[in-house]
Design a binder for this molecule. Structure first.
Ligand code: IVH
Length: 676
């Protein structure tokens, strides 16, 4: 195929496949079989690869992704992305209506009510009918260019048709429809990951993925609601929505023209009840003046236009029966009561479990097994019980009796002063606490030993190979090969040679993880990533940190009394000190890596051998380098000193003596640096 033919065929296939896509995703019509479609798409992809100069920005191959963005470019919005004023009652909407009427006098106007889509705001720029840029809201003035990821959303047209303006921006919301979101969460749980709390956060995360192929898999969708540009056609908002539909945009069909407050109220009430049947999340409705020329007259307040307002829904609430209560023991020993409910549909998912928070809430609400309870979704994944329908209480119901002993290990529960929760204090002997601490230790933001998931951790524990974090560093490959694991998809597999090697390598690599993350990995109560960072940079090393008083700890920025006390207590537990000694010995980073501390050892070359009292092997090497010295692994005539610890190998000793290299002890080494 020559150049001209290729160019033509690429254009032809692009147009054809875009039309098939449009009919399929917008009109639910299949014009060709999946097989035929895939064949044409493959042909196009192959041609684009061979003749990249002719690939079009509207190509349907962009839908599957492939572009990788290490970071997203920040761009200035042509028109700032504003927000809306919020209302929570019909009275506030009446106030809005009065304000509008005061400004507009006796001019005629109407309202358009539409849903407030709960997703991620997006601005889509179209030039000559082609999607050229997709930008997030960001701070309203500057947003992130996420065009590659947005192109993968099938319902966002890459090429418009009909009589569209030459240059304009379409605004809307990228949403994660319930079905796709629930599938995505199921997959996460199967992979041993935490499910996402709500589709908005999940959509936002999906749009910020570096690899657009991953975004393509998420099955995001969009709801568009607004158009911006110079000299746009039509005088009313509703007409514009209709025109946009004709150009190929997927426009939601829920908008309604209203003339009175009563009509607005009826719309709100209707959708408040019906929203649970929608295929996506909504958090309210938006009321807009339909007549666009009036928008300018109404103008703006500081952040939002006066021609539109949002009316937010109250959190959705349903009634269902409380069947039983389980108690879960968390990583820090806190015992959380979890309600088992008769399954009930709530905001896009079937709810079977709900949080009961703690003993105080249970007794305040006087919740009893057998009660009909009210359940609400908050920001968290697990919904909460917010009340009891006392009219429906069974006659023979009994007050709830809270646990007195840990449901896992039988240790008596304690209540810490000023805290609502009950705790199991058997940190080193209570199964779920031990496992959760190990899981935290290996997690990505901690030591990042990513080859060990929760199933493997549990298996290593059950096999008595790993009882605490330090045991990980004693593992040998031979111990791992052949071990059987029930993976989270219930398959039984056994660890092969290569798998064992990967585990050992990841463990080995974790020795380079910086001090602040090691500190976080220790799982000290209340010390999250940020707290660990602050503590590490203040105290510089674990010894100083472990010896700090509560007062000294509390002087660190962002470290309050509670955290300070928790850190202090942690370091006063002998088991923890033993753990630190072993981890230090294994070579983990227990000091912040200071760049260059001094140049005392400039020009000197060291060979390090044996075991040291004050340093791990890696620690002493780092120390030498921080003072300007160089560390090499084998002794030669160029070596300045052999730094000998306990149990130095006899061969090294002999070689050093033969070459006449000076051997120094750890104490002599420290003397060399004295005064630093
Ligand atoms: S109109 C000038 N209509 O809610 C702002 N916004 O704080 C025009 N939203 O920024 C916005 N559904 O991100 C409009 N039907 C809808 C909407 C909607 C969701 C979002 C949008 C907006 C925010 C309001």
């Amino acid at each position: 195929m020559d150049d001209t033919q290729a160019k033509q065929r690429i254009a032809e296939l692009t147009a054809l496949l875009n039309r098939y896509n449009y009919e399929y995703y917008m009109n639910d019509t299949s014009l060709v079989s999946d097989f035929e479609f895939d064949k044409l798409l493959e042909e196009l992809a192959a041609l684009e690869k061979q003749f990249p100069q002719y690939a079009l920005p509207t190509s349907p191959t962009k839908r599957v992704g492939g572009e990788v963005n290490k970071s997203f470019q920040q761009v200035t919005h042509r028109y700032p992305m504003l927000s809306l004023g919020n209302t929570y009652s019909i009275e506030e909407i009446a106030d809005f209506d009065t304000r509008v009427r005061n400004i507009l006098g006796d001019r005629q106007f109407s309202y358009v009510c539409e849903l407030k889509y709960d997703g991620v705001a997006i601005g889509l720029t179209y030039k000559d009918g082609v999607l050229t840029q997709a930008v997030t809201r960001g701070n309203g003035v500057l947003g992130d260019d996420i065009t590659d990821n947005v192109r993968t959303i099938r319902t966002i047209p890459l090429q418009l048709h009909g009589d569209y303006p030459a240059d304009f921006e379409m605004r809307g919301e990228i949403i994660f429809p319930w079905k796709a979101f629930n599938d995505f969460n199921e997959q996460r749980v199967a992979n041993g990951e935490e499910p996402m709390a709500n589709p908005r956060n999940a959509a936002s995360g999906s749009l910020k993925l570096q690899d657009s192929r991953e975004t393509a898999k998420r099955r995001l969708d969009c709801c568009l609601y607004f158009m911006m540009g110079e000299k746009l056609p039509a005088d009313t908002h509703l007409q514009r929505l209709e025109m946009a539909r004709q150009w190929g945009f997927k426009m939601p069909q829920y908008s309604k023209l209203c003339h009175t407050l009563d009509e607005i109220k009826a719309y709100i009430d209707y959708w408040d009840k019906k929203r649970s049947e929608l295929p996506f999340a909504t958090d309210g409705i938006v009321i807009k003046i339909n007549e666009i020329p009036l928008w300018d007259e109404l103008g703006m307040t500081a952040k939002s236009p006066r021609w539109a307002i949002a009316s937010k829904f109250e959190a959705e609430r349903v009634a269902t029966k409380l069947l039983s209560v389980d108690f879960q023991v968390g990583r820090t020993g806190v015992v959380t009561p979890v309600a088992n409910l008769a399954p009930v549909w709530l905001g896009g998912t079937t709810v079977k479990r709900a949080s009961l928070h703690n003993a105080d809430i249970i007794s305040q609400l006087d919740v009893r097994v057998g009660d009909t309870v009210f359940v609400e979704k908050g920001g968290e994944i697990i919904p909460k019980i917010v009340g009891v329908d006392l009219d429906k209480r069974p006659a023979d119901s009994q007050p709830f009796e809270y646990l007195t002993h840990c449901p896992e290990c039988g240790t008596p529960l304690v209540r810490k002063e000023g805290e609502a929760g009950f705790y199991c204090t058997n940190e080193n002997g209570c199964y779920p606490q031990i496992l959760a601490n190990l899981e935290l230790f290996v997690s990505r933001k901690a030591m990042n030993i990513d080859t060990l998931g929760s199933e493997r951790i549990a298996m290593l524990y059950d096999k008595k190979l790993v009882r605490n974090a330090a045991d990980l560093y004693d593992l040998r490959k031979e111990q791992l090969v052949g071990l059987e694991v029930i993976e989270n998809d219930k398959r039984k597999t056994s660890i092969q040679e290569k798998g064992a090697e990967n585990i050992i390598t990841a463990i080995e690599k974790s020795k380079q993880v910086p001090f602040e993350r090691v500190l976080y990995a220790l799982g000290i109560r209340y010390v999250g990533e940020v707290g660990a960072k602050k503590l590490a940079s203040h105290f510089k090393n674990i010894d100083a940190l472990s010896q700090a008083t509560v007062e000294e700890l509390a002087m660190v920025e962002d470290i309050g009394e509670v955290i300070a006390q928790s850190v202090y207590n942690w370091f006063n537990d002998l088991a923890h000190l033993e753990l630190i000694v072993r981890l230090k010995h294994a070579g983990l980073q227990f000091a912040v890596e200071e760049k260059q501390v001094s140049d005392t050892l400039n020009g000197l070359t060291f060979v390090v051998s044996g075991v040291f009292a004050n340093f791990s092997r890696d620690g002493i090497k780092q120390h030498i380098e921080q003072h300007g010295g160089k560390v090499v692994s084998s002794i030669s005539s160029k070596t300045s000193f052999v730094l000998a610890g306990e149990k130095m190998g006899p061969e090294k000793l002999k070689k050093a003596q033969n070459l006449g290299i000076k051997i120094i002890s750890e104490a002599e080494y420290l003397q060399m640096l004295d005064g630093q």
